[in-house]
Design a protein around this ligand. Structure first.
Ligand code: NAD
Length: 259
């Protein structure tokens, strides 16, 4: 009998990453979850027996290398990398963003995806195929006032994705970016609260503005993102690579200064 495939999701202890981990477990994968938050990772491991875990800050290249060394030792193979770990970064006008906050956002949201991809690629090539899914955002399609570092990273991820798709296509490795809209959960609640404070509006008003950004007037569920990630890595997704796929009920705009 052939061994089950192995997947790694970063930032998978909570939020969208955890739902992605769950989807791949149900799909028959052996799942490795990493996260910078050791306590959240312990709670995740307790709730998902059978997963392996590592505490790793994706912005720390040494921690990422140690994580991949451990993964290689444990499984000796990798079939799927989901680059999910990300932070919102500051909500502020560009002149009010301090360089340390800019740099931390780039370090986690962009450098982290590179540090993980550069270690995953030789393992995927060794398998003769596989998949990388980079979690970007609908902010990759628009300007997004007050979120300059986050938006710069999410656009950069699309360029990174398309370039890797070209480099790795001949090796049977597919690379795609997922671009969710506002996903229900604690993270978007925090984003809304910060946005409300910055714009002197109530959280309910900001939530309404966010919903109206989508043609379908919706917030996304983490399961929607997880299902698409799983599909892209399955045999049904075998011809899809180099795409930035919106999961957002079609975002029309993120520029709502006048609202
Ligand atoms: P979340 O904040 O709920 O969870 C993120 C997880 O990543 C947490 O467990 C956190 O501990 C971990 N993490 C944070 N920094 C890390 C680091 N440096 N190294 C390793 N792990 C780290 O966020 P989420 O909503 O689940 O978002 C996941 C991804 O989806 C992010 O890349 C985010 O930008 C993207 N996204 C989210 C939304 C949304 O509305 N929530 C929309 C579009 C895109």
């Amino acid at each position: 009998m052939s061994e089950s495939p192995v997947m790694l999701v970063t930032g998978g202890a909570t939020g969208i990453g955890r739902v992605i981990a769950d989807r791949f477990i149900r799909g028959g994968y052996r799942v490795h979850v990493s996260d910078v938050d050791g306590d959240a990772l312990q709670r995740c491991a307790a709730a998902m027996p059978g997963i392996s875990t590592s505490v790793a800050d994706v912005a720390d290249v040494d921690a990422v290398n140690a994580m991949f060394d451990q993964l290689d030792k444990t499984y000796g193979r990798l079939d799927v990398l989901v680059n999910n770990a990300g932070i919102s970064g500051p909500t502020a006008a560009v002149e009010d963003i301090v360089p340390a906050d800019w740099e931390r956002t780039i370090a986690v949201d962009l450098n982290g995806q590179f540090y993980c991809a550069r270690r995953a690629v030789p393992m995927l090539k060794a398998r003769g195929g596989g998949s990388i899914v980079n979690i970007s955002s609908n902010a990759a399609f628009f300007g997004f006032p007050l979120r300059a570092p986050y938006t710069a990273c999410k656009w950069a991820m699309v360029g990174f994705t398309k370039t890797l798709a070209m480099e790795l296509g001949p090796f049977g490795v597919r690379v795609n970016a997922l671009c969710p809209g506002s996903v229900e959960g604690p993270r978007i609640d925090g984003v809304i609260e910060r946005d409300a404070a910055t714009r002197h509006k109530t959280p309910a008003e900001i939530r309404e503005i966010y919903a109206r950004q989508s043609s379908m007037r919706l917030f996304v569920k983490a399961e929607d993102v997880a299902n698409m990630a799983f599909f892209l890595c399955s045999a049904e997704g075998a011809t899809i690579s180099g795409q930035a796929i919106g999961i957002d009920g079609h975002t029309e705009s993120l520029s709502n200064w006048l609202d």
